[in-house]
Design a protein around this ligand. Structure first.
Ligand code: ZN
Ligand code: ZN
Length: 56
């Protein structure tokens, strides 16, 4: 049973968690509603840090 190691863990989308970084679409914070009532955490996976133009 994995115990929670604090809440300092950066958010990572389920896509990045399972390794499908190419399918991750949460690199930036998005708003669910036009009014911006609901916000989602941006994916903090390191794979997005190098997603400037280094497609290999
Ligand atoms: Zn990723
Ligand atoms: Zn991601």
């Amino acid at each position: 049973m994995p115990r929670p190691s604090g809440a300092s863990q950066p958010y990572r989308s389920s896509a990045c968690r399972i390794g499908t970084h190419d399918a991750c679409a949460e690199a930036t914070k998005r708003f669910s509603s036009p009014a911006g009532l609901v916000t989602y955490e941006a994916c903090a996976c390191p794979c997005h840090l190098n997603s400037t133009s280094g497609k290999r």
